[in-house]
Design a protein around this ligand. Structure first.
Ligand code: ADP
Length: 200
């Protein structure tokens, strides 16, 4: 089994890449999905969050009040770091649990750790190689405006909140260039899959 760390800035096409890799038989471990699950109803992150932040960040039905929590960490770097530590630790644990399951099942293909914050949280250490999906800033802006129905300024703010692409390009083993059409994107992915022995 090979483990690929997949990342990319907003609008780069990371989700499109992930969906294509899934359709080709890769096993996707989705960091965002795990982080939502661990903080969702009955999730294992709720207790440490309660102990760290108190009952004020919970609704009366015991679910997390995400707005209240966001307010708590918004302007407090230390609190934000504590929340991140709680959630990232659980994402990593779940990632390892899924990899162990795959090994037990004798899975011999490609597992993909789909993580927007792969490099920010040092998650590449758990991967055999990393792929960074990138597209020109203008292309990313146009795609997100169309996909999410948001303004140009809103997209630019979101892009500026992320680690610059130039830095991630230096950290990644491979760059997937997605400024052209989807055929070219899939052609690049097929080449990488072939390189890794996935030919179906
Ligand atoms: P991300 O997950 O990186 O934010 P998505 O995969 O959701 O990005 O892509 C953003 C939008 O652009 C989606 O609506 C997607 O269908 C579209 N898209 C992605 N790649 C291409 C491409 N090569 N050509 C045209 N549209 C694309």
């Amino acid at each position: 089994m090979k483990v690929i760390g997949l990342t990319g800035g907003i609008g780069s096409g990371k989700s499109t890449v992930s969906a294509y890799l899934r359709s080709k038989g890769c096993y996707i471990i989705d960091a965002d999905e795990i982080s939502r699950a661990v903080t969702g109803p009955g999730g294992p992150a709720l207790e440490p969050i309660l102990m760290e932040f108190g009952i004020k960040v919970f609704n009366s039905d015991g679910t997390l009040d995400r707005t209240a929590l966001a307010y708590q960490v918004f302007s407090d770097e230390e609190k934000r770091k504590k929340l991140e530590d709680i959630v990232v630790t659980m994402v990593i644990n779940e990632f390892h649990a899924q990899i162990e399951h795959l090994k037990e099942d004798g899975f011999d293909g490609v597992a993909v750790f789909d993580a927007p914050l792969l490099f920010e949280f040092g998650l590449e250490q758990f991967c055999d190689e990393t792929w960074f999906v990138n597209a020109s800033t203008e292309t990313r802006i146009a795609r997100v405006m169309r996909r999410d129905g948001v303004t140009r300024k809103q997209v630019i703010d979101r892009i500026n909140n992320q680690m610059p692409s130039t830095e991630k390009e230096k950290l990644a083993d491979y760059i997937i260039s997605n400024s052209l059409d989807e055929d070219w994107l899939y052609e690049q992915l097929d080449r990488h899959l072939y390189r890794l022995g996935v030919t179906n």
